[in-house]
Design a protein around this ligand. Structure first.
Ligand SMILES: [Zn+2]
Length: 165
């Protein structure tokens, strides 16, 4: 467990939580049941580092900043839908930004990496890190979900969502 914790802190926290809550096996074939090597192979190094080592991509680097079509933003790791395009807005930060996540799609934890604590959020299904949420967003929520584009994929409304993985 110590090796896993050092490589994969967010992940092992989640595993501990699961153990405490229930001994039942996860219902899906996602995140928790894959090794870091398997996830790396599936996602590629850049996406892996954002999703499972909480790296942050460079501002203005994601093509999803300019994505304005109707559709759904899904977790790049397990494909769970996270945001609807109707909740996307241009925050001017250089990262894809949303004022609301789909119900139950993300979980939260406090991140103390910087001097000011920030609220990290991640995919509720696989635990993959997505970004940080701030309280300077537009109404009606006043929230700003600042998301790494590498942690998302976009599916236009007229295309079928990929199966969860
Ligand atoms: Zn996921």
């Amino acid at each position: 467990m110590s090796r896993l914790s050092s490589i994969f802190p967010a992940f092992s926290e989640r595993l501990k939580g699961k153990d405490a809550a229930s001994a039942a096996a996860p219902a899906c074939g996602c995140g928790a049941s894959k090794t870091p090597a398997e996830l790396r192979a599936e996602l590629g190094e850049e996406r892996y580092r954002v999703l499972f080592e909480e790296a942050t991509e460079y501002a203005h680097s994601s093509p999803l900043n300019a994505e304005k079509r109707d559709g759904t933003f899904i977790c790049a790791s397990c494909h769970q839908p996270l945001f609807d395009s109707s909740r996307k807005y241009n925050s001017g930060t250089g990262w894809p930004s949303f004022w609301e996540a789909l119900p139950g799609a993300v979980g939260f934890k406090t991140d103390h990496k910087l001097i000011m604590p920030r609220t990290e959020y991640h995919c509720s299904r696989c635990g993959g890190h997505q970004g940080h949420v701030f309280d300077d967003g537009p109404q009606p929520t006043g929230q700003r979900f600042c998301n790494n584009g590498l942690a998302l994929d976009f599916v236009p409304r007229d295309e079928q969502l990929p199966p969860l993985r």
